[in-house]
Ligand binder design. Sequence first.
Ligand SMILES: *Cc1c(COP(=O)(O)O)cnc(C)c1O
Length: 418
Amino acid sequence: MDPHPREAAPAGSSRGYARIDRDVLTQTDEEIRMKSPMHFRTKAIHIGNPTDRATGAVVPPIYVASTFVMEEAGKPQEYDYSRSGNPTRGNFETTIAALEGGVRGLAFASGMAASHCATMLLESGQHVIAGTDIYGGTYRLLHKICCRSGISVSLADTTILENLEQAVRPETKMLWLETPGNPRMSITDLRQAALWAKQRGILTVVDNTFATPVLTRPLEMGIDIVVHSATKYLGGHSDLLGGAIVVGDADLGQRLYYTQNATGGVMSPWDSFLASRGLKTLELRVREQCRSAQEIANFLSRHPRVSRVLYPGLTEHPGHSLAKKQMDGAYGAMLSFEVEGDLTQTKRLVESTKLFRLAVSLGAVESLIEQPATMSHASYDRADRQEFGITDSLVRLSVGLEHPSDLIRDLAEALGKL
Ligand SMILES: *Cc1c(COP(=O)(O)O)cnc(C)c1O
């Protein structure tokens, strides 16, 4: 389909609304954005959530249509086919773009579809530098899929700028960052990395899934592309699968949109609706989850069976002072810790908590526990796991919205059985 080249949506446009009401709604969005600058949580509720003009419904309807009637053969119109554009998906894209401070948002079927779309900017013969502390699926995408297209990858500990200098090659075209890192919660200086890359014509990508735009807005720090697994905090309730890309440059947004439309990994209308709903409470959830994570980190750091806690909110964490500067008032709700025990004992520990449920994924209202070596980071080569400190006794927590005292009791009981 898509017979017409599409224009990039201007900032604040209400892409994703019934054509008949577009003018009115575009104006409303523009007014909201330009004339009265809003706080994050207000934007999360009002941008991309236009009132339904037909009925007055405060929640926009979910448009399930795959195709849209044309007014005239061959005449470009906003919607023609849902892979190319869907009003419900457009609403989510408008909101996430506003929250990240970007001009264009794109919603994908999963975080990996979003990440893959970003890597498709690369061409055969080019090189990407990625962090050593990144999502297992991204490691796999770069090493096992992108390499088939003649793209090479180097991993570097991106917390130290000299490591980038050592890894860079004339053909390096992309720098892939996660901060806090996964699973070791390492903190990378985004302003510094963006500056370094810009001087060398290297495109920067930040997977902002862990920090969320509540705590870190990479585009404001000079980063080119933000990627999300919307499955995690953005959705926030473990009931959708989705991904997002946000950029601050309309041309780059258009290139990514072209690839997305050509390859088809788009977010479904139902998931788009759930993701939009999730965004409305994003800041409240994340800030409260961070408070609990800090309490839990404090508890774990005093526990005799815990040898090390990796949480940027602890002053002994190597990235603490940078995180304090770079993150907006809190340190995230993900944390890892090492226990005094081998692979089997650690396995038993993650299997014995009751409130913390044994599962991969993160960022939702229910707390989760997992063992990176056998679960989230099993797709790393064993040697790389060892080199990058993803030890057999490492445990990762996603702190949810339960009462922190209940969560601490749960961990205390499980650790007591070690
Ligand atoms: C889960 C996750 C992804 C992949 O997202 P999916 O929605 O599972 O495809 C990418 N990056 C990070 C940091 C993640 O946690």
